[in-house]
Design a protein around this ligand. Structure first.
Ligand code: FPP
Length: 244
């Protein structure tokens, strides 16, 4: 058991709608707005304790099926937040990155995202990846098509297709696999998030709704992670031998 801070934490930020309802707001939007505050605090805290990569599920492929009013609100919160949070990102040395089908986002979002990614590109403390219009199955299909094309073009042999070769075609090619994945709101599912990358990720499900998530909850999830033994398919004895 090691107490090293997880290098890469992934978060499924769930429960904004339920939070808004519980607080008595007439729309779910207030939950998303306070969700941005929880994200700002979490990203700042994660970079302070030495997490190198934080990847958050901000908008899934499936979220396009929500009412148009909620999608529009989420997109304008995104534009506003990217603009407003640039200072926080710069002050904390956080580099912004994105994964997902970015081309399907409204033009204004794409522009703001591109500019913030560019403005923070030399920051070194932590990489914050926003998964936007993201779906794990869609990502895998996209990678499979790119691999198939390479094979058809004669640039790749079928027998050379490996874990590493496949991973390089995913949108996370420049990120290590997550060590820890946290889902808030009490739901216990991965919901198409980083499904290839999370094969050996420790999963921690917390009953807190995302807008209430704070450094205390991240600390609790990291403590639970430290209590787990990651065996990578090996036996406990093998792990002990490799340490001695
Ligand atoms: C899940 O809660 C949350 C989302 C679908 C969006 C998460 C977005 C943020 C935290 C804001 C930052 C990101 C953007 C894109 C502005 P839910 O709405 O599914 O909550 P429920 O399960 O209680 O209904």
């Amino acid at each position: 058991m090691s107490n090293v801070v997880p290098k890469h934490i992934a978060i499924i930020m769930d429960g904004n709608g339920r939070w808004a309802k519980l607080q008595g707001f007439s729309t779910r939007i207030r939950g998303h707005e306070i969700g941005v505050t929880a994200l700002r605090n979490s990203a700042t805290y994660a970079s302070e304790i030495g997490v190198k990569f934080l990847t958050v599920y901000a908008f899934s492929e499936e979220n396009w099926g929500r009412p148009k009013s909620e999608i529009d609100a989420l997109m304008s919160i995104l534009v506003r937040s990217l603009n407003k949070e640039l200072d926080t990102l710069q002050k904390n040395g956080i580099r912004l990155n994105s994964i997902g089908n970015i081309d399907s986002l409204p033009k204004k979002c794409r522009k703001e995202l591109k500019e913030t990614i560019q403005a923070t590109s030399s920051n070194k403390s932590m990489t914050l990846t926003l998964a936007l219009s993201y779906g794990g199955r869609q990502e895998i299909i996209h990678a499979a098509k790119k691999i198939a094309k390479k094979v058809l073009d004669g640039n790749l042999q079928i027998e050379d297709i490996s874990d590493d070769v496949f991973s390089q075609e995913l949108s996370t090619y420049n990120l290590p696999d997550p060590d820890l994945m946290i889902r808030t709101s009490g739901e216990q599912r991965i919901s198409n998030f980083l499904i290839w990358q999370s094969s050996y990720t420790e999963l921690v499900f917390l009953p807190v709704l995302w807008p209430d998530f704070s450094s205390i909850h991240m600390e609790a999830a990291i403590t639970e992670y430290h209590e787990r033994q990651r065996r990578w398919g090996k036996t406990t004895e093998q792990l002990k031998d490799s340490k001695s």
